[in-house]
Design a protein around this ligand. Structure first.
Ligand SMILES: *Cc1c(COP(=O)(O)O)cnc(C)c1O
Length: 354
């Protein structure tokens, strides 16, 4: 705490990311990164973009990338906003759409960045309590509120909400913005992008970090009614007009265009997930049904905190949240088949040792 900090700086509780350790080599199953490299076409585009033109500022509107997404999702360019990772898109969205004198709603178990943004902007929030099986209680979002944000699939549970439930939430809140954070939608869920023309209060946020293997390049985007997008641009242009550099923009265009490689990678991740879920169930784990590139697991005979510590000793990193209701669960990202087999092997060793 420093006397030089503003009141807001003193009061905020910043987000803590999953660790990126440097002490030794780990099998990293803790930050939902994709085990496969980006498309070779993306790497090619990055090399081509590394030229003398870097002396110039990038396109602040990201026109080419917006055009690429627009074509991909059958939207217009004016319905798309690009940001420096979807975390930035979410941070801007909170400021653009939510008011301090109202109360926004999100699930009690969801992305832990949401309460951080709420703290930063001094927003009130109410937590919608998930059911015991971690499904989302749709009726909780019918109460009067200042806006809604839900990850779909949810993080860290992996559970998906169906399109009809999201429609109900949009109908309950026709005067407020409903943000659906689709960071993991490509791993088996159904996107609600198709509802944008029907609902002018829907903002869909996606990222290249997970399904497109580009966490290192920091690009995310929002899709929604033109007026929502104009609002986001007002906020962005009050912070920093050039959030996307030329290299990242070139990589992003190539990533969306290489559909074949994308499908190949997500299919591999999904197949590995389904195989590993079966193995974990046969070891007695409770596995929450997942449509994401991670799974949320618990065992009645082994404390998650012990499993977490012992896995770490054996060079496998997973995520443990020491938080009410989920403190006996581990979130395990889906790695390559070899990484996941190593994880299962170490898990079996630990279960024999304890
Ligand atoms: C990973 C993640 C994001 C952020 O992704 P970026 O890397 O910032 O694009 C957003 N929402 C959820 C739920 C996530 O898990």
């Amino acid at each position: 705490m420093s006397k030089y900090w503003s009141e807001i700086t003193k009061s905020i509780e910043p987000y803590v990311c999953g660790e990126q350790p440097k002490d030794k080599k780990y099998i990293k199953l803790n930050t939902n990164e994709n085990p496969y490299p980006p498309s070779p076409k993306v790497l090619e585009a990055i090399k081509n973009a590394a030229n003398g033109d870097l002396r110039l500022y990038p396109d602040p509107d990201c026109d080419e990338f917006r055009k690429t997404i627009a074509e991909h999702y059958n939207l217009s360019k004016d319905e798309i906003f690009i940001g420096n990772g979807s975390d930035e898109v979410l941070a801007f969205s909170f400021l653009t759409f939510f008011n301090t004198n109202e109360t926004i709603i999100f699930p009690d178990i969801s992305y832990s960045f949401y309460p951080v943004y709420a703290g930063l902007y001094n927003l009130n929030y109410r937590l919608a309590k998930l059911e015991d099986d971690f499904s989302i209680p749709v009726s909780e979002f019918a109460e009067k509120n200042g806006g809604v944000i839900i990850p779909n699939p949810n993080a860290p549970t992996g559970r998906c909400l169906d399109t009809d439930s999201i429609k109900r939430i949009l109908n309950y809140n026709s005067n407020k913005v409903v943000i659906i954070d689709e960071a993991y939608i490509d791993f088996g869920g159904n996107s609600v992008v198709g509802l944008i023309k029907e609902y002018d209060n829907l903002l869909v946020v996606q990222t290249l970090s997970k399904s497109r293997s580009l966490a290192g390049i920091r690009v995310g985007f929002a899709m929604g009614n033109e007026e929502l997008i104009q609002g986001l641009n007002r906020v962005k242009n009050s912070f920093n007009s050039y959030t996307i550099d030329k290299v990242a923009a070139a990589a992003s265009v190539a990533a969306i265009k290489d559909e074949e490689y994308f499908i190949e990678c997500v299919t591999k991740v999904i197949n590995t997930r389904e195989r590993i879920v079966k193995k974990l169930k046969s070891l007695g784990f409770n596995v929450i049904p997942s449509k994401a590139n991670f799974i949320f697991i618990a065992h009645k005979d082994y404390a998650a905190s012990d499993l977490f510590t012992k896995l770490r000793e054996k060079s496998v990193l997973v995520r443990y949240f020491n938080k009410e209701r989920i403190n006996n669960y581990l979130r395990v990202s889906i790695g390559s088949d070899e990484e996941m087999d190593f994880f299962i092997e170490k898990l079996k060793e630990i279960m024999n040792e304890i």
